[in-house]
Design a protein around this ligand. Structure first.
Ligand code: ACO
Ligand code: ZN
Length: 160
């Protein structure tokens, strides 16, 4: 899969992309992970590990995990896609890259048998929350003190 978005290219990550994804994560989010964590996510759902490149350089990524568990929409056991982390470098925001990453990953989740997608987001993260709402995610519940600095998270979910 390769999608052209103006000068950008949206495509599946390879293992070699992970170091550069880690660098984008370092400068965009307070939540960082070990290389092993990235590899684990990559191996769980390689098709759902997406990057956006500009002239070969990674400017955005989204990584997702396939999970089995309780539905966010009722008492049933379902396969769901977990948006673990999404970020776009500041200079490249508001150009539709976040929207493209999420739309493509949700297509992949559906293709892989998921009936819903979900994520956690800081309750103060307005740009991200607005993006998720625009794409049909709804706030399901709040998890107090979810982040290490004490901030709460919204769990947001969408039926696929
Ligand atoms: N203020 C308010 N809303 C905004 C802003 C902003 N500064 N920027 C984007 N949005 C909203 C708008 O609703 C926009 O839709 P519109 O253009 O139709 O009005 C929508 O987001 C989508 O914009 P995109 O251009 O598609 O998204 P972008 O490429 O800017 O990426 C992202 C959005 C990923 C949230 C980006 O702001 C980012 O990297 N932020 C820092 C990292 C982060 O917070 N990641 C999410 C953490 S939660 C998680 O990973 C599960
Ligand atoms: Zn999560």
């Amino acid at each position: 899969m390769q999608k052209i978005i103006g000068p950008y290219l949206l495509l599946e990550a390879t293992e070699d992309d992970i170091w550069e994804v880690m660098k984008v994560n370092e400068v965009t989010l307070p939540e960082h992970y070990t290389p092993e964590f990235y590899m684990e996510i990559y191996e769980n759902f390689p098709d759902g590990f997406l990057v956006v490149k500009l002239n070969g350089k990674i400017v955005g990524y989204e990584m997702n995990r396939l999970e089995h568990g309780l539905s966010n929409f009722g008492f049933s056991f379902v396969k769901k896609g977990h948006v673990v982390s999404i970020a776009v470098l500041e200079d490249h925001r508001n150009k539709g890259l976040g929207t493209a990453l999420l739309n493509e990953s949700m297509r992949k989740m559906k293709e892989n048998g998921c009936s819903e997608a979900y994520l956690e987001v800081r309750i103060s993260n307005e740009p991200a929350i607005r993006l998720y709402k625009k794409l049909g995610f709804a706030v399901i519940r709040t998890i107090p003190y979810y982040y290490s600095d004490g901030e709460s998270a919204y769990v947001m979910a969408k039926k696929l």
